[in-house]
Design a protein around this ligand. Sequence first.
Ligand SMILES: Cc1cc2nc3c(=O)[nH]c(=O)nc-3n(C[C@H](O)[C@H](O)[C@H](O)COP(=O)(O)OP(=O)(O)OC[C@H]3O[C@@H](n4cnc5c(N)ncnc54)[C@H](O)[C@@H]3O)c2cc1C
Length: 303
Amino acid sequence: MTDLTLFQQKIAASLSDIELRFDEPMSKHTSFRIGGGAEVMVFPKNTQELAKILKTSALLDCNCAILGAGTNVLAPDDGLRGLVICLKDCLDGMEQLDETHIRVSAGVTMARAAVFAANLGLSGLEFAHGIPGTVGGGVYMNAGAYGGEICQVAETVEVMDLNGNLSERTCEQMKFSYRHSILEDEGGIVTGVVFRLEKGDCETIREKMKELIGKRTASQPLDLPSAGSAFKRPVGGYAAALIDQAGLKGYQVGGAAISTKHAGFAVNLGGATAEDVKRLLRDVSDRVYDHSGIRIEPEIRIW
Ligand SMILES: Cc1cc2nc3c(=O)[nH]c(=O)nc-3n(C[C@H](O)[C@H](O)[C@H](O)COP(=O)(O)OP(=O)(O)OC[C@H]3O[C@@H](n4cnc5c(N)ncnc54)[C@H](O)[C@@H]3O)c2cc1C
């Protein structure tokens, strides 16, 4: 224990029955493959463990960050003090509730949830199949693609507050808007969601998912680490088109670059740092503004 920080020792003593890792590289847990060590990363297997972690974190008054699949996060090069609670594959489980409703735990990936629904002949999650994050992350930021959005199918959301108390929110209470939910303003952790779907034909649903994956593969730089669309869609335009029109495809800062395949993506060409990506995003936003008069804002969560 002598190499551990005082905080790590305290956490090890308080959460001895929960899976913990010390100085865990964030680069192993983010799709950008960027980020230094998390002082403590913790992997709760159920909501009881999650509640215990949150209570301990409140007692120790430490920083506490929630990580899903890390597909929309830029983690800092010099790491994160405090706790990172990793939910991917931890809060697990899916069940059919009735003919048209399924409940999915927050750590399940969108792809698994979509395949589960398809196998039951339930339509509505086809759009989510190719979004590489967890259901919890998707609800938190109202993920969407190809005309579908989480807010169209989420009936109720189970949320744990930072004291470990669970409550259920309706879709209206989640105040979903474009890539946003109330949790970004008020805090709270998604632990599960009930999706309201429609009865459909398994084969037709699978065909739709295949078609959308085909579109992604054809247009997105899926062979390089990224965090998806780097910028939010501005009012009155598309970020990718504005970046392209400003001549910024391929624009590079250190190991980070605007994809030559899709101008909406910032990619890690190899060895990119968080600082490279941040400078790239700043430069691109400024140059697009100079070119078009439209300010584009990052969609990626910069930690
Ligand atoms: C190749 C690629 C393609 C993508 N395509 C799309 C797309 O088509 N549409 C789209 O919307 N996004 C897309 N994304 C972005 C990303 O997949 C989504 O934003 C996804 O919803 C993030 O989920 P996550 O589990 O990875 O969240 P993370 O990246 O781990 O976290 C993102 C934010 O959500 C918070 N969070 C995560 N889990 C929870 C939880 N359970 N409770 C509360 N807060 C939580 C985190 O604290 C963080 O602030 C893409 C990303 C990549 C790499």
